[in-house]
Design a protein around this ligand. Structure first.
Ligand code: AMP
Length: 280
């Protein structure tokens, strides 16, 4: 595996492949890698000649300083994991390389996709995400880029970014990887004790239960049932939302969408977790 920290060194390495017409897949991450990230890498390896992973904890997408400071980082362990899956290239830039003019977000017209859920609870988050992803696209110039459905709203927003900027990049979604018991894998799980990880399963269990109750309740009623249920759970529910998967509009009636998803954010022992599930 080749490791690059400098933009120009990465670009001159990749240009040799690009001039030969070989395809490049990019997997943007913030590190503290887990099996979810590694399966995105495998997905890219199946589709492309070269796979590049980027590891960069992007300050502009954190609206909370403490969350940024406590974000888990372990580059040496990450490199070992990347070698074990034979990733071709790791790009681990400094803040100066990504933001030569200072770490500030650009503003994007995200067509309202950032108005609810993560966008509403983490103001400025998606402008920060779009800024760093646009910069990574500009540096790597991938043919395809891989994003997990774990961050489904982010995935939809990145598709919007690609349309907005008319970028010749295919955005490839990847399903959520879970623990055996159903907890969505996340770098933040590293901050949870074993007991808290067990308790956090309540998120997946309540999302799954909704799937079985679609015929008996409206979206509004199901959200209310979850809010009630979480009053007795050791997790603080931040939001539960059921939306049209295509435009992320909250759903009033099941008939209003061809595809729907349920989303949740909850905090346990100061660690904020998100998850979502396709309903139909
Ligand atoms: P992160 O390092 O958390 O920014 O995530 C980097 C990429 O990995 C994003 O596209 C995430 O959606 C994706 N990802 C993170 N966790 C999972 C998971 N459990 N399953 C699938 N993709 C994931």
């Amino acid at each position: 595996m080749r490791l690059f920290e400098k933009v120009n060194e990465l670009q001159s390495y990749l240009s040799a492949f690009q001039t030969k017409g070989l395809t490049i897949g990019l997997v943007p991450t913030m590190g503290a890698l887990h099996a979810g990230h590694l399966s995105l890498i495998r997905h890219s390896q199946q589709d492309n000649d070269i796979t590049v992973i980027s590891i960069f904890v992007n300050p502009t997408q954190f609206n909370n300083r403490e969350d940024l400071e406590k974000y888990p980082r372990d580059v040496n362990k990450d490199i070992q994991k990347l070698k074990s899956v034979h990733c071709d290239v790791a790009f681990i830039p400094s803040e100066q390389d990504i933001y030569p003019k200072g770490a500030v977000s650009k503003k994007y017209d995200l067509a309202g996709l950032d108005q609810n859920m993560e966008g509403a609870y983490r103001p400025g988050h998606f402008d920060g995400v779009a800024t760093v992803v646009e910069r990574l696209f500009e540096i790597v110039k991938p043919d395809r880029a891989y994003f997990g459905e774990k961050d489904f709203q982010q995935l939809v927003i990145i598709k919007r970014l690609v349309d907005l900027k008319k970028l010749p990049i295919q955005i490839v979604p990847h399903p959520i990887e879970r623990s055996e018991k159903g907890l969505a894998l996340s770098s933040r799980n590293l901050r949870l004790s074993k007991t808290d990880q067990e308790k956090a399963l309540a998120i997946y269990h309540s999302l799954s239960k909704v799937r079985k109750e679609l015929n008996n309740y409206s979206p509004q009623e199901l959200k209310e049932k979850i809010r009630k249920q979480f009053e007795n759970e050791p997790l603080d529910l931040e939001y539960v939302e059921i939306v049209n998967s295509d435009n992320l509009h909250p759903l009033q009636n099941w008939q209003d969408a061809t595809h729907a998803r349920i989303f949740m954010a909850a905090t346990i022992s100061g660690v904020r977790l998100i998850d979502n599930l396709s309903l139909f």
